[in-house]
Design a binder for this molecule. Structure first.
Ligand code: ADP
Ligand code: 5GP
Length: 212
């Protein structure tokens, strides 16, 4: 924490949310953003195909593998990874912009991305969302009717590995009842905003006021 003392303004916190595919992360993040408007959201780059209803620049920036690789070479990503079958990357530019304006920024990235980001930004906070059971995860993936059966199988296979990372995160949300899980996620974001690191600028003024 001491190394951050030279920063004048409290930088916004990087909040990573990860989950096995189908756990309900997108649903929970949408609900959270509807109530916490000041949260910035990192829009990743991906080589995967756009799904019906998705808009370029809103859910993702959809790019070709060539463009993606060029961005990797330029150092444009804070982290990038192959997830399931495609490439995904977090643009450094958005993180810097949020940090400079003191806004908290939410990142919807996978476990590998979280590990890499945490090495680069140790102050980032991590929230892991899990479904109440493997069967329920399978049920949700099928009920979503978004992915082909082979893709669902791959996601379930990957989920077995991903859940093992639960202890690496700062917070856990078991997404059983949706409203309860949303409230828990909101409480977590509020708690993150009350970390000493997030309030250091205000505290410096208060301490000065105490004659410190
Ligand atoms: P993810 O972004 O983690 O892949 P989604 O948010 O797309 O997952 O959710 C997967 C499916 O499960 C969606 O059809 C969603 O409506 C449903 N879902 C999400 N949370 C719950 C919950 N708590 N109970 C039942 N269904 C849920
Ligand atoms: P989907 O294709 O279903 O939108 O996302 C698949 C997975 O990729 C999700 O687990 C999501 O969190 C992850 N993901 C999305 N963007 C990024 C990113 O920029 N970096 C990493 N490492 N993972 C990402």
């Amino acid at each position: 924490m001491a190394s951050d003392n030279k920063l004048k303004r409290s930088a916004g916190t990087i909040i990573v949310v990860s989950a096995p595919s189908g756990a309900g992360k997108t649903t929970l993040i949408e609900r959270l953003r509807a109530t916490m408007k000041a949260l910035a959201f990192s829009v990743s780059y991906t080589t995967r195909r756009r799904r019906p209803g998705e808009r370029n620049g809103r859910e993702y920036y959809f790019v070709s593998p060539e463009v993606f690789r060029r961005m990797v070479r330029r150092g444009a990503f804070a982290e990038w990874a192959k997830v399931h079958t495609d490439l995904y990357g977090t643009p450094l530019r958005q993180l810097r912009a949020a940090q400079q304006t003191g806004r908290d920024i939410l990142l919807d990235i996978d476990v590998q991305g979280y590990r890499r980001l945490k090495r680069r930004f140790p102050e980032a906070a991590g929230v892991f969302i899990v479904p109440p059971s493997f069967r329920e995860l399978e049920r949700r993936l099928k009920a979503r009717r978004q992915d082909r059966l082979d893709s669902i199988r791959q996601r379930l296979e990957d989920a077995r590995q991903e859940v093992a990372a639960w202890k690496e995160y700062d917070y856990l949300v078991i997404n059983d009842d949706l409203e309860r899980a949303r409230a828990a996620l909101q409480a977590i974001v509020i708690a993150i905003r009350h970390r000493p690191l997030a309030l250091r600028e205000q505290m410096q003024n208060i301490i000065k006021n105490f004659g410190g």
